[in-house]
Design a protein around this ligand. Structure first.
Ligand SMILES: Nc1ncnc2c1ncn2[C@@H]1O[C@H](COP(=O)(O)OP(=O)(O)OP(=O)(O)O)[C@@H](O)[C@H]1O
Ligand SMILES: [Mg+2]
Length: 465
């Protein structure tokens, strides 16, 4: 649950631990090694001065060695020891002479004729020793052993080390504190966002996440709010659609029920029964059309489109005209058409038919006696235009924005009388969009309305011509 926080702190702790370890060991080791090297070379130089000076003596005695050493003025060593070839101490300023030397390094230097240097750092000092054999004409004549005790250097190194320790621990704690509080604040804001998401997921689509600052998390919050807004709109539309749809279905069903009840309960002559049955049929037809339209719309909502094929718009217009001519006659409206050849779009002939049928049907239905309807299909290099102009009652400007909404009717009473559901233009709108086109509505001068649908024309590659 808190894995990001946990992971961050583990990572940070590991990083700081490594840093602390490095800072508290590396400087000590490297400066210690540098001092060792320096000691080795300075002791080697001193030892070589002593051995070369002593090799000039014929006979090594305590007296002669002391004289040479005094002359050389070698200082800074805590002990200088000189032995003969057998390991008998001739000179030792740190103890008695005469006995056999007990120092392992000196014995090894005499036996194996090699130089042995040792240096050790403890809290108190650098303790170094240097054992070197003396020789004359290739023959070992004795050994020199130097010891040194340097507490000053050790003190400096340990002083620096302890300052580094204090500093690194302080910096680590500060880093842990600062980044810790930063991460905790970040986590709190993310948790706030999660809380908001839970509120919205619980169904409160009106809730908005409070936005603070202008960073990436605020951006996330803004995106989430946009998403919620879209959800809210969709949800509102869905609710309205369901209530509108059930209302539209309820009214004809109630009429059917009323009519059938009347037939069952009353003694009627066969003429009246036939009239009532015809009315029932009429209502049932309306129900059928409504449900078909609703199915069409929900199919388009689901994005279950058509497979685009080269479709002739003028042909679809011809098919619609065949069905609509009787209606025009019934309404006493003159229907004229001007259809260009070769107006092909990539789409579905069925959907094109629905677009033209619905627009032309409206133009006839919302017309006046002796009015006209002009259906034009024309091609431009890029597009195919369908224009439906009528001399009818027109659409008030305030309603033009809404007429493509589902179940929207300008004059509820009037269009109900003409049998309209208010779904025709929604279907037109969705079908036009599915073809990648656009639909616009305007006034037809001097009277009536004009709808213009613009669809992208099929290219030569698409039609295969
Ligand atoms: N050519 C037009 N002239 C005047 N009003 C129109 C015209 N076309 C549409 N309208 C208005 O727009 C409303 C919506 O039209 P739409 O085609 O969507 O629904 P309808 O015709 O009422 O019902 P349906 O087409 O579903 O049977 C209509 O009710 C009508 O008021
Ligand atoms: Mg209509």
């Amino acid at each position: 649950m808190h894995s990001i926080r946990f992971r961050f702190f583990s990572f940070l702790a590991a990083l700081l631990l490594i840093l602390l370890l490095l800072l508290n060991t590396y400087p000590l080791i490297s400066s210690r090694d540098a001092v060792y090297e320096e000691k080795r070379s300075s002791m080697a130089a001193a030892a070589s001065v002593v051995t070369s000076s002593l090799s000039g003596l014929d006979h090594l005695t305590r007296q002669s060695v002391a004289e040479v050493l005094a002359f050389l003025d070698i200082s800074g060593y805590s002990r200088i020891l000189v032995t003969d070839r057998e390991g008998t101490v001739i000179y030792d300023d740190g103890g008695p002479s005469g006995g056999t030397v007990q120092i392992e390094d000196v014995l090894t230097a005499l036996r194996d004729s090699k130089t042995i240097f040792r240096s050790r750092l403890s809290e108190a000092a650098f303790s170094s020793s240097y054992a070197v054999p003396m020789s004359a004409q290739g023959v070992i004549t004795g050994a020199v052993y130097l010891c040194e005790h340097d507490s000053e250097r050790a003190e400096i190194i340990y002083g620096i080390q302890s300052r580094i320790r204090v500093l690194s621990v302080t910096i680590s704690l500060a880093a842990l504190l600062l980044s810790g509080s930063f991460v905790l604040a970040l986590m709190r804001r993310l948790q706030d966002l999660v809380r908001s998401m839970r509120v919205v997921a619980g169904g409160d689509y009106a809730y908005r996440h409070p936005i603070r600052g202008q960073d990436e998390i605020s951006e996330l919050g803004e995106e989430f709010n946009l998403l919620t807004e879209r959800l809210e709109t969709t949800e509102k539309q869905r609710r309205r659609f369901v209530s509108d749809a059930s209302h539209e279905l309820k009214t004809p069903l109630a009429s059917i029920r009323l009519l059938s009840d009347s037939i069952v309960q009353n003694d009627m002559d066969s003429e009246t029964v036939r009239e009532f049955a015809a009315d029932i049929g009429h209502e049932a037809q309306r129900l059928q059309r409504t449900t078909e339209d609703l199915l069409d719309l929900s199919r388009m909502d689901d994005g279950i489109g058509f497979v685009p094929e080269p479709s002739d718009v003028s042909q679809a217009a011809q098919d619609a005209l065949v069905l609509l001519r009787p209606l025009a006659r019934e309404h006493n409206v003159r229907l004229s058409a001007a259809l260009d050849d070769g107006c092909v779009v990539m789409g579905s002939p069925d959907e094109l038919f629905k677009i033209i049928f619905n627009l032309t049907e409206n133009a006839i239905k919302y017309n006046v006696p002796n009015g006209t309807v002009d259906l034009i299909v024309r091609g431009t290099p890029e597009a195919v235009e369908i224009e439906v102009a009528d001399t009818g009652i027109g659409i008030p400007e305030a309603d033009r924005l809404n007429i493509f909404d589902r179940f929207y009717r300008v004059d509820k009473a009037r269009s109900r009388a003409t049998g309209g559901n208010g779904l025709g233009l929604s279907i037109v709108h969705d079908a036009v969009q599915a073809h990648g086109g656009s639909v616009a509505v305007g006034q037809n001068k001097p009277q009536g309305s004009k709808f213009i649908v613009t669809l992208p024309r099929a290219t030569e590659e698409e039609t295969g011509i």
